[in-house]
Design a protein around this ligand. Structure first.
Ligand code: PGA
Length: 251
């Protein structure tokens, strides 16, 4: 049985005070937070504060991006090892905003993903189709191409226990969501693809998250579907009052 996972993606928002306020409010949910996994992915400059800010809270934290390189003259980059050094457990890799605005293609995303596997970080690989791709019936082809770029350079052992987040680009920050049938069909296809590529045992260790306009009022519906092991939450993760109903819906 896979434990549910809820990941907060703060994107380029908030202050250290905002993060502190949310984590302080979350302290009262410790009993709930012990039953699921929650990881808060904050802007990189705040990561080194997270150990102190989380205190005894039973959650982990992570980054929103990582370099494909291990070390060296790569100005502005942050390596997987550095993220481990400040206590990160998770890192989002290949978010659609990185693909769209910063030119990350499938090959580059796969290299970043591989860099995380040289450390103890758990990568959260984002995949998802644009609206025009969905309208042309290309959803599965696009998503599988994004996944295959990683699968072709990795082993079953490296892929086991990692996370894939299915995030339709047109659902991110728009208030639009796919139907429950559409979510189940992509997630089931992803799971079957892993069985075909590796084996059933490996595929069962991978958590598949849904992301895109998840809120307190649709979390129970979207995040408890077959083959959905939790969610990747953007806008609603920025405040306790909008984030906590999402993880509470999974208990
Ligand atoms: P959203 O973003 O929840 O604001 O739609 C999700 C994401 O981009 O990960």
């Amino acid at each position: 049985m896979r434990k549910k996972l809820v990941v907060a993606n703060w994107k380029m928002n908030g202050t250290s005070a905002d993060i502190g306020a949310m984590l302080t409010a979350m302290q009262k949910d410790s009993v709930i937070l012990n039953q699921i996994d929650v990881s808060v992915c904050v802007p990189a400059v705040f990561l080194s504060n997270m150990h102190a800010a989380c205190g005894p809270l039973p959650i982990s934290w992570g980054a929103q991006n990582v370099s494909d390189k291990a070390a060296g003259a790569f100005t502005g980059e942050i390596s997987a090892q550095m993220l481990c050094d400040v206590g990160c457990s998770t890192v989002i890799v290949g978010h659609s905003e990185r693909r769209l605005y910063y030119g990350e293609n499938n090959h580059w995303v796969a290299q970043k993903w591989l860099a995380t596997r040289k450390t103890a970080l758990t990568p959260i690989l984002c995949v998802g189709e644009s609206l025009s791709e969905r309208e042309k019936g290309q959803t599965l082809a696009v998503v599988m191409a994004q996944l295959d770029a990683v699968l072709k350079i990795t082993t079953a052992k490296e892929f086991a226990h990692t996370v894939i987040a299915y995030e339709p680009v047109w659902a991110i920050g728009t208030g639009l969501t796919p139907t429950t049938n559409e979510v189940v069909s992509v997630h089931t296809a992803l799971r079957e693809h892993l069985v075909k590529q590796y084996d059933s045992a490996t595929s069962q260790t991978v958590r598949l998250l849904y992301g895109g306009s998840v809120k307190g009022d649709n979390a129970a519906q979207l995040l408890t579907l077959a083959n959905v092991d939790g969610g990747l939450i953007g806008g609603a993760s920025l405040k306790y009052d909008t984030f906590s109903p999402i993880y509470k819906a999974l208990i």
